[in-house]
Design a binder for this molecule. Structure first.
Ligand SMILES: C[S@@+](CC[C@H](N)C(=O)[O-])C[C@H]1O[C@@H](n2cnc3c(N)ncnc32)[C@H](O)[C@@H]1O
Ligand code: SF4
Length: 379
């Protein structure tokens, strides 16, 4: 059963990319000929999921990946139509992640006509050498063209992704990329610190000694620069890595930070309903097989205890600048003995890294910037 009056947030994972970036471990395959079969199965999954959650009302729909823009607008339209047919929609935010090289005037006007009202575009860097290292193919000219196409088509809620902590680059390279990106005046920005994930080309090259990861001091310098320039450019930081203008915060991502019940579709999608987390299989063949057998493609179901739910909701909620209502969470998850949490809070309140007033708990000063290490203490 869904909480929150059956209002929920739907993630759709599109597992295709035109090529694989050197750093990325998200589930995706490079294949043209599986797209139709995938779309057919995804539409079946929409029906299966809506049978289970027949009262669900969607506040947001988020097509992520992978690269949703590489699926093509006809299949994207078929999927959105199926979602509209099977679920109640509450005038939702409907986001699509796009890669710049997929976007031209036709694409932009088609996704607008289909019903998407928010676009998140991965730029990462505009430096040609860095793009080569990342195995990404859109230089700034392509990014500019894509951005202007989207604007021309009427999109007034565009988010751009920037990466920092990238190896073999200096601060001035990041500065130039950020200047380029800011010149486009997006409503929203997400900043990602590179993680060197297992089973990526980058990890292989680091292990071989071909690439040296950036030192913590240099990563810190870049992070400090980013916070400053985004503040100076009037972007409001509302989450550790997310910044918005004109109150264009991401409704979908905010649902994760507020620890709401969510739903998910597509291989490797994860979602949480009440006290249970569901993980869809990451194998495309396994995904096809399970759906052909009329079952939801869930490969892992994890039932969370009240204490686990409480800690996870703290973890997610404290990522937001506004923090969490600690007393509400405590009573929601029936936490009777919270001495260990109160001691932890007291320590960081004394260090002036957290504030705890009237039940509201939030990071302050540099607390948000080093929140990962502070949060790890209570796992
Ligand atoms: C998985 S991608 C999907 C969207 C789209 N395909 C793209 O490339 O922008 C979403 C975001 O995750 C970020 N990402 C993926 N792997 C990462 C890593 N190892 N470190 C930091 N960010 C990463 C990318 O930079 C991207 O902006
Ligand atoms: S970063 Fe985006 S385009 Fe690159 S491999 Fe990952 S999902 Fe695909």
């Amino acid at each position: 059963m869904l909480n929150q009056n059956n209002e929920t947030y739907l993630y759709v994972h599109i597992p295709f990319c035109r090529s694989k970036c050197s750093y990325c471990s998200f589930y995706s395959v490079v294949s043209e000929n599986l797209k139709e079969t995938f779309t057919r199965h995804l539409i079946e999954e929409v029906k299966l999921l809506s049978q289970k959650y027949s009262d669900a009302k969607l506040r947001s729909i988020y097509f992520g990946g992978g690269t949703p823009s590489s699926l093509g607008t006809e299949f994207l339209s078929d999927i959105l139509d199926a979602i509209r047919e099977q679920f109640t929609l509450l005038d939702p935010e409907i986001t699509i992640e796009v890669n710049p090289e997929d976007v031209d005037d036709d694409f932009s006007s088609e996704i607008k006509a289909i019903g998407f009202n928010r676009v998140s575009m991965g730029v990462q860097s505009t430096d040609v050498n860095t793009l080569k290292l990342l195995n990404r193919h859109a230089d700034f000219e392509v990014v500019q063209f894509a951005f202007h196409s989207l604007r021309q088509a009427g999109f007034d809620n565009i988010s751009l992704d920037i990466m920092y902590g990238l190896p073999h680059t200096s601060l001035s390279v990041l500065q130039k990329s950020v200047e380029d990106i800011l010149s486009l005046q997006p409503e929203h920005l997400s900043i990602y610190c590179l993680t060197i994930d297992n089973k990526t080309v980058l990890k292989y090259r680091v292990d071989k000694g071909e690439i040296n990861p950036k030192s913590d001091e240099l990563v810190d310098e870049e992070y400090t620069y980013l916070l400053q320039i985004l503040r100076d450019s009037a972007y409001e930081r509302y989450e550790i890595s997310n910044f918005s203008k004109s109150a264009k915060k991401s409704i979908h991502n905010s649902s994760y930070w507020a620890y709401m019940d969510t739903l998910g579709l597509g291989p490797s999608a994860c979602y949480k309903v009440d006290d249970t987390r569901y993980e869809n299989t990451s194998s495309l063949q396994g995904y096809f097989d399970m759906i052909s057998n009329n079952s939801l493609p869930v490969s892992n179901t994890i039932c969370l205890s009240d204490e686990e739910l409480f800690v996870e909701s703290l973890f997610m909620g404290l990522r937001q600048v506004k923090g969490v209502d600690y007393s509400v969470l405590k009573s929601q998850y029936k936490i009777v003995d919270d001495e260990v949490y109160l001691n932890w809070i007291e320590k960081y309140v004394k260090l002036k890294l957290m504030s705890f007033e009237g039940g509201r708990l939030q990071f302050i000063n540099r607390g948000l910037d080093i929140s990962n290490s502070i949060l790890c203490e209570i796992i």
